[in-house]
Every structure is written in C-alpha cells, then in structure tokens.
Design a protein around this ligand. Sequence first.
Ligand code: 4AZ
Length: 486
Amino acid sequence: MNPRGTLLRPSLVATYRRQVRRLLTLLMALALGLGLAAPAGAIVNGAPSTPGTFGFLVALLDTSRMSTQNAFQSQFCGGSLTTPTTVVTAAHCVVDQQSGVRDLPASVTVGFGRSLNDPAIRTVAVTLITVHPNYSIATGENDVAVLTLASPVTDVSTIKPITSADIATLETPGTKATVAGWGALGSFGKNFSDVSRVGDLVLMPAATCGQGQNTSVSGVNFLAYQPGEANSSVMLCAIGIATTGKIIDSCNGDSGGPLVAGEGEAQRLIGVVSWGINCATRHPGVYTRLSAMTDFLSATGALGVAAPPQLSLTALNQRIRVTFAKLPPNANFAAFTATVVGSTTEQCSAAATTDGRDASCDITGLTNGTPYIIAATGTSSSGISAASSSQTTTPVAVPDAGRIKKAILTGPRLEVSTTPSVSATPVLGERVSCIPITGGSGQSARVIERKATVKHLSAGNYICAVTARNDIGSARGPERLVHIGA
Ligand code: 4AZ
C-alpha cells in the first residue's frame, strides 16, 4: 500500500507523463478553443527562465517518441548537468513505478536548450543510468539517479551539487532557492511550458517535512507532512509565494529538475524535484536532499571527481591478473592502474579499451602462496580517481599459459599458433578458446605441438586465449582479439 495514500505520487511522472503530455496538450488546445482560460503560468506561478541562465537545466526525452515527435512532446522529466558527462535527475524518472524495472540508457535522450519546440534542440545519448542503491518506490526516499552521457558537453555551464561544506549556508530554513523546469503550469490545467520556467521558493523547516509541524510563509499557512509521509533526512520541503500572493511550486514534468541555492560561484544544486500533494496547494513541494546523497554522487562521478574503477583479480603463477570492468559507474577512464596496497613497485597499468573488451594487466614478480591486497585507480579528464575498494588474492603455481602468436583464417577455420605454456609441474593439457565479445558461448580446440584449429566460428569479434592446466589448476594466457568476417 502506498504510504502516502492519496498523494500525487512521484511516480505518476515516469509512467504517466510519458504517455500523457501529448493528450493533455491536445485537451488544452481544445479548452482554449472553447474559450476557457489557460492557467496563468510558471512552473506553477513561476516565470520564464532568463536566457543565458539555467544552462545546466536539461530535458529528459523519450528516445522512441523523439523519432516521430519533437522534444516538447517527448519530454518527461528534468535534470541537471553537474559535470560535462553527468546529469543528476530523479530515480522515479527512470524506474518504472509499477514493476521497478529501470529504463535502458538508450531509451532516454538528454536535451539541451531553453525551448523544447526549437527544431534545432541539441540532444545527447545516454550510456549509463545509475539509480541510488537505496531508492525506494514505496517511500520515495533517495529519489536520485545519474545519467552518464555518451559524449562530454563542455560548452554548457554545469552546476555543482551541494557538499557538506555548504549545508550550513544553503540548507537553513528560510533560504531562498529556485526550481526550474518544463513542467505543468497548474495542477489541474495540465498544460506544459515550451520555454523552461523558474520559481522562487524558500526552504521549510525539517519539522514541516515529515514531523507534522505546519509553517507559514509570507503569511500563508502550509500543511506539514506527517512522519511516514516524508523523511527530512533525505528530503527537503520548499514552497514559494509570489508578490501577487499566489503559491509557487513545481509540478508534473518538473520532476528530476534542479532546486538551486546560493549566488554566483557559490550556487549549488541542493535538491531534485521529487513529489508533492498536487501542486501549489497547501502542501510544500518535496525535493531529494542532495547533501544526503554525496556518496552516491561521488561514486557515479557526478561530483566531478572520477569514480573508482571496478576490478576483478585472477591468481596466476607469480602474478595476478587485474581486469578493470569497462562499465560503471563512470565509464570515461582513459587508463587504469592497479597497485599492491602499500607497495610502490608492484603495480601494472592498462589503457582503456575501445573494442568492447575489459582492460587488464598483470602484476608480476609475486610470490606464490602469499596473499596480496590490490586496489585500483582510473585516470580521466577530471583527474585520477579515488582508489577502488581493495581485493585480495594469492598467486599459485598454475601454468604460465602461452600466448597466441598467429591466428589465420582459412575458410571457416581459425588456424592458431601459440607459444609454449610454462609450468613447474607437467602441463596436463592446453586449449585455445574463442569467446564472442558480445558474450555467449564460443568454440575451443586442443593445442597439439603449439598449433590448434578452432572450427565453427560464425562472423563476429572473438577474444581468444590459450588455457593451460597442471596439477594445481588452470590459467588463461594473454587475450587476443580475432575478427571473423561475414
Ligand atoms: C510530479 O508529479 C510532481 N508540487 C512534481 C512536483 C510536485 C508534485 C508532483 C510538487 O512530477
């Protein structure tokens, strides 16, 4: 059961908004045609963004809808560019609220620009979506996700997320904050803005945001969220009152977008539009409290410091092979280094790969039977990452498997020649195996007198290597990429 009962679930957005914007817009057009008044506009009761400001505000666009319609019809959430390759948005924008299934990166396109009806709107693909590990659909807690862009956007201003240093100045109740987006102009009107709009808000006390204490802002009394409705440790509540006395609030379609505070160089992203009870009513809007999400933002690279790479270790003879996962969370490394913790000499480095293989390198000259603790860093345009968490493994006297010297395609067969595998005890067997880089099962063949013939390889790219076995175990030699043409 939804703990917020009748509330307008954050959720409505991802599922509902994606289908509904167009219909609502049509209904609006009809309403206008009938001479009904359009709701006066903002976010709700905000104002158009000033050109040249809020460049970091991005629109999340439904990729498939973009193939037949424009950005205005395809927009379903907002987001903020925090580094040239990261967009911070709401988790509920990219997680199906019924099934919990996450959107695929390819299904979301990021749009840059002020007007969604601009036919020249700039779009960038998404390669990775990372949802906060403790995001809860049921409670709406930790409603934050990071999108990693396919290519860096360096000519648009970014906004820095708040860190602990800024909490005292930027999270105090009464602090002025601004929300921006392309969301609904009114709770019931349900018409949407083409040009991004901004609303000036003030932060409410934590007591109003989950502890049941009503607060008045500019003489207007606002109703608090009760315990179990909102959790102020991970949420911020904010609302605005216009000079006209109208209530300023975020609304459907603004979800994922920025709540910013501070001026000039000190401006920070303090919140992400998350949920509320309707819009511009007597309840404040609720925002993800980003100061409580620092570890997540750091781990995804959204703070601008490269996230540590992920590594896996293979114990070999007097060496340890370190493999760096090409994926998460921030896939923009140019190179990796793995080091035995506490050593300055026992290390290895590898360039990032572009061919779909994971990068790897061997730390050599180690002692069999001794455990080694290993951590890794990555190098990207934003510098050297923090060290990864460390892992331990122990080199063992498995064979040093040979290397593929030559791989020649003759018809459907791959003729392979190898260097010998070396082992302290007899080598009991050697095989060459080739695995498709896209995954799945491959083909292998026995090595006899340093030669093997691998058959039945269909067209594609394969990673081939020699595997050698002795009485201790087996080991895989250096990998070689083999392309089988169609
Ligand atoms: C939404 O559904 C939504 N008034 C966003 C913000 C608020 C309510 C609903 C806050 O996207």
